[in-house]
Design a protein. Sequence first.
Lengths: 41, 527
Amino acid sequence: MLGIDDPQIWVVYILCVLSAIGCMIYGALNWNKGAEDEEVE
Amino acid sequence: MASSIVLGIAVLIYLMITFYLGWMGYKQTKSTDDFMVAGRKVNPFVLALSYGAAFISTSAIIGFGGYAGAFGMGILWLVFMNIFVGIFIAFVVFGSRTRRMGVNLKAVTFPELIGKRFQSRFIQGFSGLLIAVFMPLYASSVLIGGARFMETALGIDYNTAVLLLTIITAAYVITGGLIAVMYTDAMQGTLMFVGMTILMVYTYVNLGGVTSAHLALTNLASMVPEAMAQQGHTGWTSMPAFGSPIWWTLVSTIILGVGIGVLAQPQLAVRFMTVKNTTSLKRAVLSGGPFIFMMVGVAYVVGALSNVYFINTRGMLSMDVAGGNIDKIMPEYINSAMPDIFVVFFMLTLLAAAMSTLSSLFHNMGTAIGHDLYRESIMRGKIGHTISITKLGIAITIVISVILAYTLPIGIIARATAIFFGLTAAAFLPMYAGAIFWKRMTKEGAIASLLVGTFSSLFWLTFVHAKEATALGISQAIFGQATLLTGTWTLVDPILVATPLSVFVAITVSLLTKPASEEHIKKCFGN
């Protein structure tokens, strides 16, 4: 996979990419959620 | 010559923008909250970049990138930990609770948050003391990294570089407080992001694409030097042999130590208290995840791939090109493989990385000394002017960091980041997690956990963990042997011993002592 033989490495390579993309999706989906009850002022 | 003129101009523009943002911070700072927690209304994008830029120092790019050049891609597990634990868990799970409790208790520093949650001035004072004593170690190692870079890149004398870097950073931290720190961090973070993107794309294109670059690296496995193979090195695209010395260092110190240690870093945790609401924290995840990926992910992949480049061009491994000094692998690679104009840009990236981490540390040490230790703990909150005392605290800790940077032996400086991360994980993490998640945790439980975590961690790194114990030489001086235990124990990082111990003590003591009043718990957690 991706020119890497050891699954412990190609798995983590893909995990890194997926977790970065996952963060973007999470942030986008929650962009406007939960604002009502959380204001400081 | 042309490139040194370009570099001079680039550095000048960079410094002008830095000063402009510092001045903006100064103009906007009117209250204690402004100076300490940036008025609690920071934009999520600025939060994410500032958190990432403060977290990633020059040593994460140069030091760990070089480590990947020497030992391979196993360190990518740290990237995954940094994104998943350091961003996602930190922002979504820890961040929202920290922010809410910070507002409920009107806390402006990390030690104050914990101290008020457990109604203990001792906790606040002792935590402030730990930060004041051990953070300068970490700060001086960042300072040395930045100054060494200025020495080679700009041709400035090393001592002058240390002073320049300190004075410039100190100027905007002391005048502009956390607002200035976070906005300069965000600008520096943007610069770092662009620099690393160019580095990644250029490297992959140069080596014929992702798969063929990796394949070429995989095929180098047979060239691992015999001495390294005996330590567990199996190639650059495979994990070291299970249980070998290289494996232990990689998994316990680097992946777990740095990967989990980040959660309890006071200079990062305080940032959760700078935003308006939980939504801001969730929004920050959007830019935080990819930012960390582009910083450390790229540094480690490129570090490992530098072997392919050097074998193709010089027939040598990166380690040999760097003359055995891991810290020189990344600079060597960038200087030889990248176009001149990029070298200039990358120099700026590294300067930004050093300054953004340094400014956060200066600010945090100052608040620990001025606010937590002196004002709250020694003077019992009697003095009114938190900001002026904090500014004095910042100035004092900066002087201490500079003195340390000149006087400490290089062996200890090289271990400073690991010492600081290990200590905060053991001393602060169980207490911090308990404070925000476990209502039953008591003041006594927190104090016990703080003390046990601190001293067991210090004991382990002074007398057992070979890397620090040998560098410190205390065990040798007292007992006549470098470490008290032998064999695999000397490879196990303090975090794996001290943190579980600290967790155990926190739970046991809390369950044996009287819980805090319901009224106080309600005040902390809100309804």
